[in-house]
Design a protein around this ligand. Sequence first.
Ligand SMILES: [Zn+2]
Length: 280
Amino acid sequence: MDIVKNILTVDVEECFHRNDFPLSRQQRDFLGSRVMEQTERVVSLLKAYGQSGTFFVLGEVAELYPQLVKGLAREGFEVALHGYHHRLVYEQKEEEFRHELQKAKVLLERIAEEEIIGFRAPSWSITERSLWALKILADMGFRYDSSILPAKAYLGGIPGSYPWIHKREEAEIIEVPPSVMVIGKLRLPFSGGLYFRTLPYNFIKFCIKKMNKKGFPSVVYLHPWELDPELPRLGLDWRGRFALYHNLGKVQAKVERLLGEFSFGPVCEVLADADSFCRS
Ligand SMILES: [Zn+2]
């Protein structure tokens, strides 16, 4: 096992919470709510390998399933926030964002019975035009943010952003970006979502090892529904089918290999050692 502790993060939401292709009420009903069982599956895997991580929970999910949040906190996992309704930050006015954030933070803290210090925006939607959100997060007591993908994505990302954990200039807050492979000016996301599902395991392992060799922890992210090969099949066009169902049957094996070969912890634990690798 490697010496550098990596960061494992899980965005706790339903598969229909995505922002890239909104689904109808009927389609959502067809998919049903599976987040409880799916998250339990991720928790069991982590426990089986003696590993830990941070769970960014959506306010809506916490409201419907407080026992899920309580269970995570009780098991010693870090509970953090993924917004209230999975809305893109840059589509909200500052006041709206502040209001929803406050509501979600209070809710999550009441259920988890602990302070919530981490935030991740839906779909990497803290971009150049919504950097104001960092100040609001810091004002509200968040100590770190994990919303800036340092690459171009369909709905978000800031390709020029510093790709490793760093302190932001805009506010008193630490940025924990999802890991990308840096090759010259090229930034290749590999550490989660469709990239993780599509890329071969050995390439992902190579990227993490490369980061660890420099002394940086990698930041991996998963969605519980991505480990659910039984996800009901909607009649979608090829793009929708690819985004939602591609390689669902292969994710668990990949995650298990990662858990067996690398050491993972929650953001809060790795940040305790931040001075050794965090650029000011
Ligand atoms: Zn999300």
